[in-house]
Design a protein around this ligand. Sequence first.
Ligand SMILES: Nc1ncnc2c1ncn2[C@@H]1O[C@H](COP(=O)(O)OP(=O)(O)O)[C@@H](O)[C@H]1O
Ligand SMILES: [Mg+2]
Length: 247
Amino acid sequence: MLATKKIEGLVFDNTVHEVLFKLSSNGIIDAIDEPIAAGKEAVTFLGHIDTTFLVAKIYKIETSNFKKLDKYIKGDYRFKKIKNERRDLFLIWASKEYKNLTLAINNGVSVPVPIAREKNVLIMSLVGTKDGIPHPKLIKFRNYDFDLVYNQIIENYCKMLYGAKIIHADFSPYNILIDPITQKITIIDVGQAVVHTHPKSKDFLKRDIINITDFLNKKSKNKITYEQFLEDLKKKKEELYGRNNKS
Ligand SMILES: Nc1ncnc2c1ncn2[C@@H]1O[C@H](COP(=O)(O)OP(=O)(O)O)[C@@H](O)[C@H]1O
Ligand SMILES: [Mg+2]
């Protein structure tokens, strides 16, 4: 358990209190219960509405880290009007993650269901058990069935790349959750994902493939090359979208 009081102090300013008041008035969330994780840009909490658990990801107001993240915003036509010097990048970030989750889910990618976005707060479904235990990250779950997980990674990444036409850009076993019983995977943390027309999209794609392939190869009997991974993505694309899909 993370030190709740300390973390709450980091993100629970007046704006967040107002947002949570609005969300609860609108019947979206009853309360925030406890922190699940504290990252550089955001703190993620478990919350609930009635007896259903939810997740609230609250982007931190401080801007220092966001400056480094400009490259994911610049070049994405959806955020063309945003000026560099804008100090409220944390608002854009929550909105970007919400948009990316929506795009992904509309294209059949296994991601948390986006529920609401208000200022720097993103509400989504919990990827976990009915009694509120979040599923573990793939990095922590070493006992997985290789083929089962590999096929889901290819299918989901394919749907993101060729269906939603976004590149995750932070794809790794830290941002994949796995149901310990069924071994169904869910991809999370899509705030930095960029549209495929982004000038750096090819670099991000290459990095994603390298990160995930290197991880998978720790377990795979026959080593997968980066070329093989890309080939499998393209095969999946034909299977899902047909031969004439040029994207
Ligand atoms: N919808 C969710 N359901 C369950 N756990 C989640 C969910 N979203 C995030 N988490 C947990 O919170 C952690 C941080 O979330 P993430 O979106 O990866 O943010 P960060 O930018 O801090 O890496 C994840 O590693 C995961 O363990
Ligand atoms: Mg993450």
